[in-house]
Write a protein that binds this ligand. Structure first.
Ligand code: G6P
Length: 611
């Protein structure tokens, strides 16, 4: 949510900033801007809309300097407009700041600063920072930022520059991600909100922690605490390479990422399943067997797609291990009393590892004595760092705003954990555990086979192009598939879609079924198969179209559905990994027929770092 890029060094500064912003655009894209230090002055160029608008403005009119800051915005305070775009200057334009996060006491600070004579030009909370730093600036930017931030409540990743110190950028972090890129070429350094902005230039980085400040110069980087104590940071090596974050010939990142799923699933399995006995080597898990035996309840902490991956895990863990699991979205969970205690394990699932609600709920869980396991894609992210144990999904960079490969890899990571938990608690026999793990090992190949349905699904999308309203139904293991399928088509095709537990149909949604409605449902073999068929009959009896995702050997299903998308058969608890794929493809092809901005759907952002 919002992206920051800052650079100091000998390259074409505006080009580096724009390149960084383009790679961050998935985080927010309603306005953008750059500020560059040119001959003792700060030149500011900002524009409403996407980075392309900003680039067009800069064409032939590029400020040339050796340091600059840049931002792509996802509006929180004040609508998208040029004046609300970052960077924000102080009164006289001697200072400029970019900021991610929310300054909670900005109204109070703004009133105070206005009373002191500062003139505000935007409706943002961020502009307060520019004026605060101006107030305390006496020729030392580091001091001004430190002093100013003392008065600030809320979350921030901020970078500030001053025309009087063109060789310096000062950054600080409190609850919003910030990373320093250490120039591989001598004489340059970078600051960004996210590694994808800098991987084209360097893979050596410092991960900045809450309460830390960075003084960035072309020839060196100093990290201190907000109170001024020097901090020695280890150099962190970013493993992703720049190519992994390119479209690689695909029309959209989303479809590229859908097709990357077999590889992503292989990466999630990695070398975690070892030998003939299929021992599980979950390095970093950080939760002792003794603790796992004592766990009485598990609570999944997640938002959006990640919470639906949690639902798949819930079904598997309850069925295989007999441990109760609750799943609620993190924005609700953080306000629910008596969910966590020392016998509750919180499992935080997050692709980006920076989702604000997830982090708040995690902190609440910790305060109440629970331990936390993180399932995330983002190495060194806040979710990873604030947990007691870790399972990285290693799915590689996911750029499309709508999550795809992270979803299936998150489910797979939950399944690995589920088998481990079952073994430790002796809830599964060694034979059943091995059978599940054999099934898990086959999932990447089966995902490949599922992807062979892409052309068939594309045709179905065309056939049903006129449909404006969808219902997604599922039971048991596939309640999550219904929720995730509906979310996907809402997010990227902007069509009305509801995800529902199929058994609830009679309690309301059946009233929506007409000939203009299509129902997508994953109906795989398992204890609820017959009941799921019954639901399809109810829909067809009322004229609704049925598209069923069903096992390839299912000969019955054609009698109950208008169209069938076959997926390979696997254990019921593993099958959400496969059923997720046709849901993604269907939403993608429908959205493409509608010419939607698939990778950057309106009003959404990839990583929601504000509550
Ligand atoms: C946003 C994204 C979703 C994602 C959700 C949770 O809404 O658009 O794709 O599922 O955030 O994000 P996380 O990074 O925590 O998985």
């Amino acid at each position: 949510m919002c992206g920051i890029m800052a650079y100091i060094g000998g390259r074409d500064t505006v080009e580096v900033l724009l390149e960084g912003l383009r790679r961050l655009e998935y985080r927010g894209y309603d306005s953008a801007g750059v500020a560059v230090s040119v001959d003792g002055k700060i030149e500011l160029v900002r524009s409403k809309g996407k980075i392309a608008n900003l680039a067009a403005l800069l064409e032939g009119n590029k400020p040339e300097g050796r340091s600059g800051i840049a931002h792509t915005r996802w509006a929180t305070h004040g609508p998208p407009s040029t004046k609300n775009a970052h960077p924000h200057p102080d009164c006289e334009g001697h200072l400029a700041v970019v900021h991610n996060g929310i300054i909670e006491n900005y109204l109070e600070l703004r009133e105070q600063l206005e009373a002191e004579g500062h003139t505000f030009r935007s409706e943002t909370d961020t502009e307060t920072l520019a004026h605060l730093f101006e107030k305390y600036y006496d020729g030392d930017l580091e001091k001004a930022v430190r002093r100013g931030l003392k008065e600030v409540k809320g979350s921030y990743a901020v970078v500030a520059m001053s025309d009087r110190e063109p060789g310096l950028l000062v950054a600080a972090r409190q609850y919003s991600p910030l990373i320093v890129g250490l120039g591989e070429k001598k004489g340059e350094n970078f600051v960004a909100s996210d590694p994808s902005a800098i991987i084209a230039y360097t893979r050596q980085a410092y991960l900045i922690d809450n309460g830390e400040m960075v003084m960035l110069r072309a020839d060196g980087v100093q990290v201190k605490t907000l109170s001024g104590k020097p901090v020695k940071k280890p150099v962190f090596h970013i493993e992703w390479d720049a190519e992994m974050a390119e479209k690689g010939g695909h029309k959209h990142f989303m479809i590229k990422e859908i097709f990357e799923q077999p590889h992503a699933l292989r990466q999630t399995i990695g070398d975690r399943i070892v030998g003939r006995e299929m021992a599980l080597k979950l390095e970093g898990l950080g939760l002792s067997d003794g603790y796992l035996r004592r766990v009485k309840k598990i609570a999944v902490i997640a938002c959006g797609t990640a919470s639906y991956a949690g639902m798949a895990g819930q079904y598997a863990i309850e069925k295989v291990c007999g441990v109760p699991v609750i799943v609620d979205v993190a924005s609700e969970l953080q306000h629910r009393e008596c969910v966590f205690d020392k016998n509750t394990l919180g499992i935080a699932i997050s692709q980006s590892g920076e989702t604000a609600d997830t982090l708040q709920a995690m902190r609440m869980a910790h305060r109440q004595g629970a331990k936390l396991l993180a399932i995330t894609n983002a190495i060194g992210s806040s979710v990873a760092r604030e947990s007691d144990g870790l399972l990285y999904i290693h799915a590689g960079p996911e750029i499309g705003v709508a999550s795809t490969k992270a979803y299936t890899s998150q489910i797979l990571a939950m399944l690995l954990f589920c088998v481990h938990l079952g073994r430790v608690r002796e809830a599964v026999t060694p034979r059943v555990a091995r059978r599940l793990l054999r099934g898990i090992k086959q999932l990447p190949d089966l995902a490949e086979r599922t992807l062979e349905q892409a052309d068939h699904i594309k045709k179905l999308a065309k056939k049903h192009q006129h449909i404006m309203r969808y219902l997604y139904l599922g039971r048991g293991a596939h309640y999550c598939s219904a929720m995730e399928g509906a979310l996907k088509i809402k997010e990227i095709a902007y069509l009305d879609a509801e995800g529902y537990a199929a058994g609830e149909m009679k309690h309301g949604p059946l009233a929506l079924v007409t000939e203009e409605v299509a129902v997508l449902s994953a109906v795989v073999e398992g204890p609820q198969y017959e009941k799921a068929l019954g639901n399809l009959q109810e829909i067809r009896a009322r004229g609704g179209k049925v598209i069923a995702v069903a096992n390839e050997n299912d000969e019955e299903i054609a009698k109950y559905a208008d169209d069938v998308i076959p997926i390979p058969k696997t254990e019921e608890v593993l099958s959400p990994v496969l059923a997720g794929i046709p849901m993604q493809l269907y939403a993608y092809y429908v959205a493409d027929l509608w010419n939607r901005e698939i990778d950057q759907p309106r009003n959404l952002a990839k990583s929601v770092t504000v509550e």
